[in-house]
Design a protein around this ligand. Sequence first.
Ligand code: ADP
Ligand code: MG
Length: 279
Amino acid sequence: MTEPILEVKNLTTSFSTDEGELIAVDDVSFTIDRGEIFGIVGESGSGKSVTALSILQLIDSTGQIDADEILFDGEDLLSASDEEIRQIRGSKMGMIFQNPSTSLNPVLTVGEQIAEVVRHHGDVDESDSFWREMGRKYVTGTSTQSPSWKRAVSLLEKVGIPAPEERAKDYPHQLSGGMKQRAMIAQALAADPELIIADEPTTALDVTIEAQILAELENLREEFDVSIIFITHDLGVIREICDNVTVMYAGEVMEAGDVRTIIEDPWHPYTQDLIACIP
Ligand code: ADP
Ligand code: MG
């Protein structure tokens, strides 16, 4: 038995809206093992993103999270302080969204922003004394000689960006959609997280680019020993990379289990409909 990285028990998230209370996530439970790629699938509006945001405690003030437990790495996130949550979000959980412009900073080069994450959370020492030993004055910003910059370049290479030394000097707008998405994955890996939550990370991309990025994510799971929550409306994508899957509809879990069983022998009519949509 492997030890779970995340256990969500009876999560319900509701919002107060003009039309009254809206239950976006309704009594959802699941467990994710270390090293697992765990899929959450469901049509638009089924509560996938709200589930992710609830785990990250990023629900705005109109929302209310209720759960018996959200255990991450053995720690109950519901009773953690704001500071502890910020710490966990920064260094133990990475996030990848559909739209890279929500997490890539437009005024920093891709290399600079990844190097910054490495300096804050990775295990790279670039203190004053590091630079003194190098016989140089401390340099703010990122020198291409610095360990954090080199680490950023190697991460860009690992996520499949060609000519990473050059691309690291690009600003996000200079990269194509697929390359931006890869840069965002590199940025998420820079903190050396234990769990990455990827919310429709390939939905906006061409299918060939999507297939490449999915293959890359699978390699990264092995190499970085990271668990991944992969959210999508596309059960075909789930079939490609996930070990286990939870099928959501209208905020509720319809069925859950290992991907092969769910796809070969779906129990719920809604899951059968999703399977019919796989090209
Ligand atoms: P999905 O990611 O599966 O497409 P979401 O989790 O984003 O769906 O949304 C689930 C439901 O919760 C939807 O009905 C959506 O309109 C509602 N919802 C999401 N965020 C908010 C919010 N901040 N305020 C009110 N309703 C919300
Ligand atoms: Mg969503």
